[in-house]
Design a protein around this ligand. Structure first.
Ligand code: GDP
Ligand code: MN
Length: 382
């Protein structure tokens, strides 16, 4: 679960991570009222669940109340498109209005989970700010990581070494180390999958300040954080993902055109690999999950088909607890309520032949394959 910057900054404050002074506005009038507290020297920031706002015009510095009013009026109620959103962008319903600080340096700092070391790691660079993606591309040696010990956490001596690599001067090493430790504690205690501060700035007054805040909380751990559940903002989430969630279907929207209906997360990932390797792109990840019945399969199919990017579908099922004939009936059921594009079907396991026959007897455009190698041919991009 992603949360907004202003919510993440409240969490930061709870953990004594310094953040700029500011408040949230939902109307231009409120934006002006908050600005006046800071003599109109404010930065106005669109609150959306995506980064890249700076470059997309969603973060702007002001010194005049008239300009704040028109900027806020334009942004509120509109969709902001950034490099990290889809083509249609994400709605802006709130603005964060903050006092401007004079920046001496911008640092990148994040706590994430690293699959390679199977650890929580701290990632940092002295070249933080809006161009961090380019730094990662062109200067990967300028990005440093520290692996956290599962018991000892981010040990202070490692953080001091990190601070040196980031060219942080000795007067700020202690506060840097303390801040990174707080970010780590926040990460662990709230079951986060990411805590990112970009930029973490050193101000001209030699203060460390989290100018931006991005926090992602592991959905599967939310059951033990009832205090965090209300931070969810479904307006920011993909409609189909929310709908799938209601039926306990694991669905993630992706950029391609090949819809995927699969049972099992591993098989779903392998399916996406085959599609990508063939030169096409999956339109979604979908794991129908255990114990699916006809209705659930139909719902999954309808969700896939509601994505206008989808022009063909790969149904890749291994019949076990979910029998292939049940899945096939679910697909046929969906076809009565929605238009289904051509489907390529691979069914193995319990009642595979029966399932295949049900699909062949339907009015659907079906191509049966038996082997994943055959799937490659289907998804070769001409
Ligand atoms: P993002 O582009 O979505 O990551 O949005 P950020 O919150 O990181 O803001 C983008 C950029 O705006 C930052 O990297 C800063 O350079 C600039 N910015 C944001 N707040 C301030 C501020 O208080 N003072 C100054 N001088 N620049 C700011
Ligand atoms: Mn940022």
């Amino acid at each position: 679960m992603n949360i907004h910057e202003f919510q993440a900054k409240k969490l930061f404050a709870d953990y004594s991570i310094p953040v700029p002074e500011g408040s949230v506005a939902t109307t231009p009038q409120e934006a002006i009222e908050i600005s006046s507290i800071h003599n109109n020297n404010v930065v106005v920031k669109a609150q959306i669940h995506a980064g890249g706002r700076g470059k997309a015009g969603g973060v702007k510095l002001f010194s005049d109340s008239k300009e704040i009013e028109s900027f806020s009026a334009n942004l509120l109620g509109s969709n902001l498109i950034t490099a990290q959103t889809g083509k249609s962008g994400v709605p802006v319903n709130k603005l964060l209005v903050e006092k401007i600080y004079d920046i001496h340096r911008e640092i990148y700092l994040a706590i994430i989970i690293d699959a390679v070391t199977k650890s929580i790691i701290c990632v940092a660079s002295e070249f933080g700010g809006v161009n961090i993606e380019e730094v990662a591309e062109s200067n990967p040696d300028k990005i440093f990581t520290v692996v956290a010990d599962p018991i000892l956490g981010l040990q202070p001596y490692k953080l001091r070494l990190l601070a040196k690599k980031l060219n942080i001067t000795s007067d700020l090493i202690r506060s840097f180390s303390g801040l990174a430790t707080s970010a780590y504690n926040l990460f662990v205690e709230n079951d986060c999958s990411m805590v990112e501060i970009n930029p973490l700035v050193i101000t001209n007054d030699r203060l460390l300040l989290a100018l931006d805040a991005k926090v992602n909380i592991d959905d599967d751990a939310l059951f033990r954080h009832p205090e965090l559940v209300h931070l969810r903002d479904i307006n920011q989430e993909d409609e189909r993902e929310t709908r799938a969630d209601k039926s306990n279907i694991n669905y993630v929207k992706l950029d391609g055109n090949v819809g995927c209906l699969v049972n099992g997360a591993g098989l779903a990932m392998a399916t996406m690999d085959v599609i990508s390797e063939s030169g096409s792109q999956p339109a979604n990840f979908l794991d129908i999950g255990g114990g699916a019945d006809e209705d659930k399969v139909a719902e999954a199919m309808k969700i896939i088909c509601s994505d206008t990017d989808v022009d063909k579908i790969f149904v890749n099922l291994f019949g076990g607890i979910l029998r292939c004939d049940v899945a096939a009936r679910g697909i046929v059921q969906a076809s009565k309520e929605t238009t289904i594009p051509p489907i390529i079907v691979r069914m193995l396991g319990t009642n595979a032949d029966e399932g295949a026959q049900i699909l062949l007897d339907s009015s659907l455009e079906v191509k049966l394959i038996h082997d994943l190698h055959d799937a490659r041919k289907e998804f070769l991009k001409s």
